[in-house]
Design a protein around this ligand. Structure first.
Ligand code: C2O
Ligand code: CU
Ligand code: CU
Length: 484
């Protein structure tokens, strides 16, 4: 099957990977968690993410990141060629403190251009890994910015070059960021766990295959959903105690409707950090790129074991439409220790003031067109053009965005530059106000839905906004916002 025109440029810059048959364009997504040649070990303990070492002194974070090919063992004893940050998939955890002077040198060891976007962090535009600011093969770039006060939260980083970011991500280039504050209200005896969730597709020779044509429309799903690089790991918890889980949906396209059997999540934070007060939820929905902080309490007997599930969900896929099957992401296993309760959460976490009345309204519409019969997703009828300004904003003023999805399937919307407050969602003529104030940088939209949010951009320059299904973003479902 011939690849569509817009792939031509990406293909031309591909490094010399072994060519892999990918089952033909018409093939469905492989079923999750298969056995066979590409089988991965399951039931191992959840590993801690390796940390990016800080080579700087107090008040600074200085380090180096190299993006390059690496052999990684997903299946036991079998090497898989991946593209990795510092040789590990997922990339190293970057742990920062509010106020840090951040200075990280990216070296591009790939055979194509790359860059790093600090998803969700408010950083100057020229340091934010815009699609137009790339590092050539063999080149390097120093990302330098201040980690602003008030930004404590859970973020992530990934490449953002136009046309090719989806492939860099599915081959392994993503990692988690945590920003800490000196005044964290969550009691210190609540153990913290990190769950960085990614979606890996391996063929039966344990090779990461190319995207199919169906992937370009649906967004790529893998056949192994991994937590910290491991399939169905075990998270151990002492009976009676609580754990704070920072969960990142780092998949290319898979929404996660999370549920922990017989337990609830006490949600304390979203994309941009803590909520005003904890909210108990039975299920947590995370679109690709969304994050949550949830407290889980081991309220049952020693020895209890329950699955962390991704429940079935229908994202209205275009090719081979189907409801995603329920999968087990991890197991929560109680130890046999004597019960020990953790300190209770405070009722108030931090104040969140609602952003006031807007001075301007911005509108963006997810659209779907079919030039020459090939479906293409765009924004307001257009494909991304780095030299065109689609919307203009003023730094420092409250602006209200209205995002409408006229493109059929689910598309997660993301805006660069920092955090916003979602006001309401309108579906089928009914408007539902957001149930609580939260700082967000990404939200899901279903076909026909309109979502309103308010935001203040604090840096001047060029930002982008886009669908966070990686294949859609890469192929043009993105617009340019100029902040003056
Ligand atoms: Cu995580 Cu522009 O994206
Ligand atoms: Cu981003
Ligand atoms: Cu999309």
């Amino acid at each position: 099957m011939k690849r569509r025109e817009f792939l031509g440029r990406a293909a031309a810059t591909l490094p010399l990977l072994p060519l892999v048959g990918c089952g033909g364009g018409g093939g469905g997504t492989p079923s999750p968690n298969p056995s066979g040649g590409g089988a991965l070990p399951t039931g191992l303990d959840l590993p801690d993410l390796p940390r990016l070492a800080n080579e700087g002194g107090p008040g600074t974070f200085q380090s180096q990141i190299t993006a390059a090919r690496a052999n990684v063992q997903f299946a036991s004893g079998v090497n898989t060629e991946a593209w990795a940050y510092n040789g590990v998939v997922p990339g190293p955890l970057i742990e920062l403190n509010e106020g840090d002077q951040f200075r990280v040198v990216l070296t591009n060891g790939l055979a194509q251009e790359t860059n790093i976007h600090w998803h969700g962090l408010p950083v100057p535009t020229e340091m934010d890994g815009n699609p137009m600011d790339t590092v050539p093969p063999g080149g390097s770039f120093t990302y330098a910015f201040t980690v602003l006060p008030g930004t404590a939260g859970t973020y992530w980083y990934h490449p953002h070059p136009h046309h090719i970011s989806h492939e860099q991500v599915f081959r392994g280039l993503t990692g988690m960021i945590i920003v800490r504050s000196g005044a964290d209200p969550v009691p210190g005896d609540i153990e913290e766990k990190h769950l960085f969730i990614t979606d890996l597709r391996l063929d039966d020779r344990a090779i990461i295959p190319d995207d199919t044509d169906g992937d370009l429309l649906n967004g790529r799903e893998g056949n192994h959903v991994l937590v910290n690089g491991r399939e169905r790991p075990v998270i151990r918890i002492r009976p009676g105690s609580s754990q704070r889980w920072r969960i990142v949906n780092g998949t290319s396209a898979r929404p996660l409707k999370l549920a922990l059997q017989n337990h609830t999540f006490v949600v304390i934070g979203t994309d941009g950090g803590l909520l005003a007060s904890p909210v108990e939820m039975g299920e947590v929905f995370l679109a690709p790129a969304e994050r949550i902080e949830g407290v889980v309490t081991a309220s049952q007997a020693a020895g209890t074991s329950v699955p962390l599930l991704a429940l079935p969900y229908d994202r209205q896929k275009i090719v081979n439409p189907s409801v995603s099957p329920q999968i087990t992401l991890a197991t929560l296993a109680y130890t046999n220790e004597s019960p020990l309760a953790s300190s209770p959460l405070p009722g108030a976490l931090r104040p969140i003031a609602p952003l006031g009345d807007p001075r301007a309204i911005q509108q963006a519409t997810f659209t779907r067109t079919a030039p020459q019969g090939a479906t293409t997703f765009g924004i307001t009828g257009q494909l991304f053009d780095p030299s065109r300004v689609d919307l203009m904003a003023r730094a420092g003023q409250v602006e209200e965005w209205e995002v409408t999805n006229l493109a059929g399937m689910d598309h997660p919307f993301h805006l660069h530059g920092g955090q916003f407050q979602v006001l309401s969602r309108t579906r089928g003529g009914a408007t539902t106000p957001e149930p609580f104030l939260a700082w967000k940088d990404t939200f899901n939209t279903v076909g026909g839905e309109t979502v309103r949010f308010r935001v203040v951009q604090s840096f001047r320059g060029i930002r982008v906004f886009h669908c966070h299904i990686m294949e859609h973003e890469s192929h043009g479902m993105m617009g340019v916002l100029q902040v003056i």
